[in-house]
Write a protein that binds this ligand. Structure first.
Ligand SMILES: C[S@@+](CC[C@H](N)C(=O)[O-])C[C@H]1O[C@@H](n2cnc3c(N)ncnc32)[C@H](O)[C@@H]1O
Length: 233
């Protein structure tokens, strides 16, 4: 969502980071071009680099993406996570879901990316499989619900990434336009619940339009340290 690129960083920093991105292959470049021309909200390349780095380093196999659009993020995730990974991505708009399936086929990934047409909350209500990596990039008002539903599905050490959590900086603004209030309030709730969640260790990064990253705590070594009583001075 490049209209947001200067909202968090100073524009020279945003431009520098964008220029730093390694070149994408022909398919991803064509998808970026198509999204730009049509004003479609695909993930920023630098956010996709982050997704790819996490997918590769965690070797995630069971990946869920909420919000497919034309399949750009799903293709990045499936490629990075490797041949054993399977991505389920959910898109409410039937025409976009069909287009995403064509793009997935063009990437040769139809065996490993399943595009489900439907509502993301309804999907989460019916999905009973463990999840290694969840990428939330969907309806902002529903982010708190996505969090509630996803945490029990995540395996220990599993990862949740959510895009647009700073919403062009509006989450930190004192005055929020009426048109944005419901989204901003939901994102504030989401960010608060995420970083304070007893089962997660989480951070919000000023990358793109704001990216939240969380890992589910599991083994004792990953639990937050016990409180320490300091000796009197
Ligand atoms: C920001 S775009 C997703 C971009 C994609 N993740 C990527 O990386 O390229 C959000 C998508 O969520 C879809 N969407 C909107 N409401 C939805 C819902 N209730 N359930 C599932 N998808 C929804 C929109 O049609 C839109 O394509």
């Amino acid at each position: 969502m490049k209209h947001a690129k200067d909202a968090i960083l100073r524009s020279e920093q945003a431009n520098y980071l964008e220029a730093l991105e390694p070149p994408r292959d022909e398919l991803l470049r064509a998808l970026e071009e198509s999204a730009r021309e049509r004003g479609l909200p695909i993930s920023d390349p630098e956010v996709c680099s982050f997704l790819a780095t996490v997918a590769r380093s965690t070797e995630a196999r069971r990946i869920v993406e909420l919000g497919t659009n034309i399949g750009y993020g799903a293709i990045v995730l499936a490629r990075a996570a490797g041949p054993l990974a399977h991505v389920i991505t959910v898109e409410k708009d039937e025409a976009l879901a069909a287009e995403a399936r064509r793009n997935v086929a063009a990437a040769g990934l139809e065996e490993r990316i399943e595009v489900r047409a439907g509502d993301a909350v309804a999907f989460l209500e019916s999905h009973n499989e463990p999840v290694d990596l969840a990428y939330v990039d969907c309806v902002k008002e529903d982010y708190p619900t996505y969090l509630k539903r996803l945490v029990p599905m995540l395996v220990s050490g599993g990862v949740l990434i959510a895009d647009n959590v700073l919403w062009r900086g509006l989450v930190a603004a004192e005055t929020v336009p009426d048109s944005e209030r419901a989204k901003v309030e939901a994102l504030r709730t989401f960010n608060h619940d995420l970083v304070n969640h007893p089962k997660l260790r989480a951070v919000v990064l000023p990358l793109g339009d704001g990216v939240a990253f969380a890992t589910k705590l599991g083994s004792p070594s990953m639990l937050p340290p016990a409180p320490v009583t300091l000796p009197p001075r």
